[in-house]
Design a protein. Structure first.
Length: 76
């Protein structure tokens, strides 16, 4: 059960010839997260200074925006 959901940002992408709108949310819960195995195969938590080596550049940009190290521009 999610206790609180907060909209963080909205981004737009035209990669792969598609027009996508990506909404990012922050959510808080007291429960453990269990993947649904339909859209999410695996879920793990990482400290920001110990992220996996294969994290996407877009995800790294979103983290830097969250940390205030990069200005948000709406592009994915």
């Amino acid at each position: 059960m999610v206790d609180l959901v907060d909209h963080v940002s909205t981004h737009f992408s035209s990669a792969e010839g598609k027009r996508d709108t990506i909404h990012l949310f922050a959510a808080w819960t007291r429960d453990d997260f269990t993947p649904d195995y339909v859209e999410v195969d695996e879920a793990r938590y990482f400290a920001l200074d110990a992220l996996p080596h294969n994290i996407s550049s877009a995800t790294l940009r979103r983290i830097e925006e969250h940390q205030g190290k990069r200005k948000r521009n709406g592009k994915w």
